[in-house]
Design a protein around this ligand. Structure first.
Ligand code: SF4
Ligand code: MG
Length: 328
């Protein structure tokens, strides 16, 4: 609820020059048990920061995160451990996130040791189970990360995230470091694990094809704000926010002629150090009006069915929509 994360820049440590990067700026949403929620946006929009805030890997500047009703931002760090076992992260880069000096067996049993789960023999047994769960075998247990392919390493990363038996798993670009040919296998694995283990998934991604395939709902972020939140089907068939519409029409299609109303985003994403006033998208929005420059549009807290932060979405909605989503 109303999550905010401002990072101080080095200059702002000097008196009187208070500059901060508003990486996440007043974002509210709910993750429903058992769903896959995707958070999508261009790089730098704050989606990875949002993921870290939700797991409290970093502390928010403002706002609250409730897990089963409990405000986890208010829990002292030392009391977080039992909760951490229930909320885990899969990182983007399976090369950087696995310790090269640990065997797979050590990598997978470490979370169980940290959370004081089982005896040594039980942990070993569970470790083999985890390997099999992600499509590897006991043969792989005593090898080191460098002996595996990228896809296999991400399977190990996934097994590690599952080791302590989490309910909520957040994947931060879980397949974007992988070869395209391997991406589908890892996506299928995640979906299969979600079903078998009854997980709740949050997938952070810039890839609309991944998002569309995997998620039940999608939140779209732009410059630290969530600008639209809807069921995947509704978002792709009837995107409401001009930014979402532009994102979708930027996806390459084989036949550009089929999309006469293609909208391309002009200009760069403005700096989060000095975001535009009013609606943050106003510097790039094809529908911008005076009100957009001064008054910030907000998504209502109860707009969970199809929320949009745009003053004029109803009028824009009446205009011809990008063909991309409708055509596919
Ligand atoms: Fe565009 Fe204005 Fe809507 Fe922002 S509020 S998305 S600038 S029309
Ligand atoms: Mg990121």
């Amino acid at each position: 609820e109303n999550l905010t994360k401002h990072f101080a820049t080095s200059k702002s440590l000097l008196p009187g020059s208070g500059r901060s990067v508003k990486a996440v700026d007043g974002v509210s949403f709910t993750v429903r048990k058992g769903e896959t929620l995707a958070i999508v946006g261009e790089s730098g929009c704050g989606k990875s920061t949002l993921a870290r805030l939700v797991l409290r890997l970093i502390d928010p500047t403002g706002g609250t995160v409730r897990f089963h009703g409990q405000d986890i931002a208010a829990i002292p760090e030392r009391s977080m451990r039992p909760l951490r076992a229930r909320m885990q992260m899969i990182f983007q880069d399976p090369f950087a996130s696995l310790n090269p000096r640990m065997t797979v067996a050590e990598i997978l049993t470490e979370p169980m040791q940290v959370h004081k789960l089982g005896t040594r023999a039980q942990r070993r047994e569970r470790m083999i189970e985890l390997l099999e769960l992600v499509g590897l075998t006991a043969r792989h247990a005593d090898r080191y990360p460098h002996e595996f392919s990228g896809g296999q390493r991400q399977r190990i990363g996934i097994a590690r995230a599952l080791a302590a038996g989490p309910e909520l798993v957040i994947g931060d670009e879980p397949v974007s470091a992988l070869d395209v040919s391997v991406q589908a296998q890892v996506i299928n694995l995640l979906e299969d694990l979600k079903q078998r283990l009854g997980l709740t998934l949050v997938i952070i991604s810039h890839d609309l094809a991944v998002v569309r395939h995997m998620s039940d709902r999608v939140g779209v972020m732009y410059l630290g704000k969530m600008v639209e939140l809807a069921d995947t089907q509704a978002l792709f068939s009837s995107p409401r926010h001009p930014y979402t519409r532009a994102l979708m029409s930027a996806v390459p299609l084989p036949d550009p002629e089929a999309r006469p109303d293609r909208q391309l985003l002009e200009g760069d994403v403005p700096s989060p150090l000095n975001p535009p006033s009013g609606c943050r998208f106003h510097t790039r929005c094809p529908y911008v009006r005076d009100r957009c420059r001064t008054e910030e549009p907000v998504m209502g807290a109860n707009d969970d069915d199809h929320g949009v932060a745009c003053h004029f979405w109803r009028e824009i909605d009446a205009l011809p929509r990008p063909a991309a989503a409708a055509a596919r």
